[in-house]
Design a binder for this molecule. Structure first.
Ligand code: FAD
Ligand code: EPU
Length: 339
């Protein structure tokens, strides 16, 4: 019989390491339990929070409703041809383990996304991306439970409305779907290697290694470990803000004032700025107030040195937003889900 727990501390379930109590807590280990769950009083009458690895959220207070930790497990490999395969996983599988399993099966496509924290089920929410690849490039379908119509739906990649750190599930239909399973179309040979991201190429050259799906994964793991804080050591949720996209005209004005500004073309007459550069330039890198701070190797990452409260991190984020706006007339958007 499934069981709802009461008054569970979420500290171990979020990578910021923030203490917050869930009034009710449920582990979804079997897909069929979802039908039982939606009929429970706590589900029907209180707010709900679906939880994966807790690596993209900031808990600012105790949660007065029901937290549902999605723990559905299993992977499935379907060979389509000598060239391609579909590799899928249930939502509760750890993302990095899934990537490693794809590499063990010699499947290409996800190697640049090695070592991203969190679970497979959350990967479509913000269309996770790193080192020149986003999951939208490889998603075949996303299977989700529709909480409104109470049925399972399968979305094609196009239907997910993926965009930079965004999707249907994070924006237009936020809260409506529980992601159960995700399938990826991957290559079995003639892998398309993506080494354009400068840091990957220089890692491979430095270590005199031929690019392959395996060596790219190793290079990505090495780069990430060198600059991103390990949540097991210092609490964080990765990039706290998104990289802002501004007009070419605005960029030229900024470039005239700050010639060393870091930016990349992002579609017609638009530029994507490195928010980490803006935050560092505005003097925030390494800043610390109490236990809330800005990481000293990556200014886009806010950290909890131990006992910070979610509200303190949120307040630091607001100070940074204000400072970036007054210095560069650029509005940053928050990437992390504030709860
Ligand atoms: P959670 O934090 O548990 O949840 C995130 C959101 O998804 C919440 O709104 C939650 O309610 C919702 N959700 C979770 N599971 C489900 C479900 N099954 N159905 C419906 N909704 C659900 N992200 C990148 O894109 N690229 C990076 O390079 C990257 N690097 C990171 C580095 C570090 C050190 C850290 C800590 C984070 C990084 N992130 C990065 C952010 C994070 O890893 C991703 O956003 C990841 O997908 C979050 O997964 P999670 O399972 O932890 O999600
Ligand atoms: N930079 C600075 N100072 C800093 C940080 C960055 O000047 O403190 C400049 C550097 O010039 C650097 C450039 O910004 O070359 C880009 O930095 P980096 O390569 O570290 O990437 P990012 O733009 O800061 C993005 C993603 C990361 C992802 C990396 C690698 C966003 C919001 N963040 O960071 O994703 O891992 O690229 O692809 O797009 C996340 O979303 O949580 C996340 C970690």
């Amino acid at each position: 019989m499934p069981k709802i727990e009461e008054r569970v501390n979420l500290k171990a379930y979020n990578t910021f390491g923030l203490s917050a109590e869930a009034r009710y807590f449920f582990r979804l280990e079997k897909q069929e339990d979802i039908h039982w769950l939606v009929e429970q009083e706590a589900f029907k009458s209180l707010p709900t929070l679906w939880l994966g690895g807790g690596s993209n959220m900031l808990l600012t207070q105790d949660f007065p409703g029901l937290v549902i930790k999605v723990e559905l497990l299993g992977t499935h490999l379907e060979i389509l041809s000598d060239d391609e395969a579909l590799f899928s996983a249930y939502a509760g599988e750890n993302w990095h383990h899934f990537v490693l399993e794809s590499l063990e099966n010699n499947l290409g496509g996800l190697e640049n996304l090695s070592l991203i924290p969190g679970n497979v089920g959350s990967s479509p929410i913000q269309n996770i991306g790193a080192y020149g690849v986003e999951i939208k490039d490889h998603v075949e379908w996303v299977e989700a439970f529709d909480l409104k119509d109470r049925l399972i739906r399968r979305f094609s990649a196009a239907e997910c409305e993926f965009a930079y750190r965004d999707s249907l599930f994070k924006s237009r239909e936020k809260g409506r779907y529980v992601i159960l399973r995700v399938s990826f179309r991957l290559t079995r040979r003639n892998h398309k290697l993506r080494v354009d991201y400068g840091a990957i190429r220089s890692q491979l050259v430095e270590r005199n290694i031929q690019p392959s799906i395996h060596s790219i994964s190793e290079a990505v793991i090495s780069i990430r470990s060198s600059k991103l804080p390990d949540p097991a050591q210092i609490g964080n949720s990765g990039s706290f803000f998104k990289n802002p996209v501004i007009s070419e005209e605005h960029y030229q004005q900024l470039k005239a004032e700050f010639p060393e500004i870091v930016a990349f073309p992002a579609g017609e007459k638009q530029m994507k700025l490195a928010a980490g550069w803006l935050i560092e330039k505005a003097g925030w890198k390494g800043f610390r107030k109490g236990d809330a701070g800005v990481h000293n190797k990556q200014a886009l990452v806010l950290v909890n040195y131990g006992k910070a409260k979610g509200e303190e991190i949120k307040s630091l984020a607001e100070d940074i937003l204000h400072s970036i706006y007054t210095t560069f007339a650029v509005r940053l958007d928050i990437e992390v889900n504030i709860i």
